[in-house]
Design a protein around this ligand. Sequence first.
Ligand SMILES: C[S@@+](CC[C@H](N)C(=O)[O-])C[C@H]1O[C@@H](n2cnc3c(N)ncnc32)[C@H](O)[C@@H]1O
Length: 264
Amino acid sequence: MTSIRKQKIKGKTYYSLIERIKKGGKWVYKTIESYGTNEPSNNNIKIIKGFAEKELKDIPDKSVNLIILDPPYGINYDTNFRKEKTETIGAISLDNEKIFETFPDVIRECFRILKDKSALYCFARWDMTERFSSILNKYFKIKNNLIWVKNNWSMGDLNGSYAGQYENILFCVKGKLKLNKGRSADVLKFDRVAGKSLLHSHQKPLKLLEFLIKKSSKSGDMVLDCYAGSGSTLLASKKLHRKCIGIELDERYIKIIKERLKIK
Ligand SMILES: C[S@@+](CC[C@H](N)C(=O)[O-])C[C@H]1O[C@@H](n2cnc3c(N)ncnc32)[C@H](O)[C@@H]1O
């Protein structure tokens, strides 16, 4: 559970984001982020049901500080084990070649709505990075191909290939941008979401998203995820007191997002 701490020091009020954690059997408060004397704004979350390529057109120019994209990878697979658990989690929508028809429009719009000196992160599997980067390259400068190392093995050809333990994240910028809290390694180690807790077959871990959000935005900034899935980016943004917009076309996931974010 996170909360905002207000501290008065020499007549000035300082704000920080703190989390209550258990350490050595005791509850203690850990500072996650310091905001200095800037009071964090109230959270503001907008969830849009629709197609990214259409809905992005209504977002004003240069109004977003950070974009995190986790597009369908064009591989049309689903984790069968989830289907056994609930019927709400099936194959994800448009997880096929169609993504490459609309992705250029989505990226053009993302570039338009992103502020200068801002970042866009795009998840992609190793065999899809080239296709995604050839589209991203037209507008953004791709600065890194980050490697997210997961703690366990992904699905796939069980005997005929090596077990996949990583995913790629293309780190792109619009203009010159300084990452917060100095330089970090391009290999990011975060546990993936355990099968029994999965709400979406491609759900990304909150800790990983929180890391990316903290590196490239500040409290009160606007974060956008236009392939929102189960709303992980929105939840991470909310926890870090960012404003956020999520676009998702599948009604099943809109319901899950609202439940996760406790929104009616
Ligand atoms: C890879 S998943 C995102 C998972 C998400 N990062 C999470 O942690 O739950 C991609 C999502 O994009 C949605 N989607 C596919 N095409 C879309 C489009 N054109 N516009 C909006 N959403 C789309 C799918 O329904 C799917 O839920």
